[in-house]
Design a protein. Structure first.
Length: 124
């Protein structure tokens, strides 16, 4: 009698789990956001994206392309985004190499190039 109860209890649990998974996967599958803007990212994700851009810039020093990529995250002011990311990276303890990449990116984008980029994009 005891074994029969355990069997039906276990069977009930497994059927419940199976029904829940079936309902979740078939009736209400998860959907990724379609129009999630890059500007709504958390600071850590923004910093990671800026760091990836800095790594790209180290191998391909195309300032206009880098500014275009950074403008996807912060359309108003990509330069401030780099500075904010560098500050965040220092605060939470990014490796020194990563901090240096961010500093390198920030120092190699001069104001004339930035202004030229803004003029080409009609941002001023």
């Amino acid at each position: 009698m005891q074994a029969r109860r355990i069997f039906f209890f276990t069977l009930s649990i497994l059927l419940g789990i199976g029904a829940g998974l079936l309902f979740g996967w078939r009736m209400m599958p998860p959907k990724a956001p379609v129009d999630a803007p890059m500007t709504s990212l958390r600071a850590d994700f923004k910093t990671d994206l800026v760091l990836m851009t800095a790594e790209f810039y180290q191998n391909n020093p195309d300032t206009f392309l880098v500014l275009d990529e950074l403008a996807k995250i912060s359309p108003e002011d990509p330069i401030s985004l780099i500075g904010t990311s560098l500050t965040y990276a220092k605060e939470i303890g990014y490796p020194l190499k990563d901090q240096q990449l961010l500093e390198n990116l920030l120092t190699h984008i001069d104001l004339e190039m930035y202004q030229e980029w803004k003029d080409k994009r009609g941002m001023d």
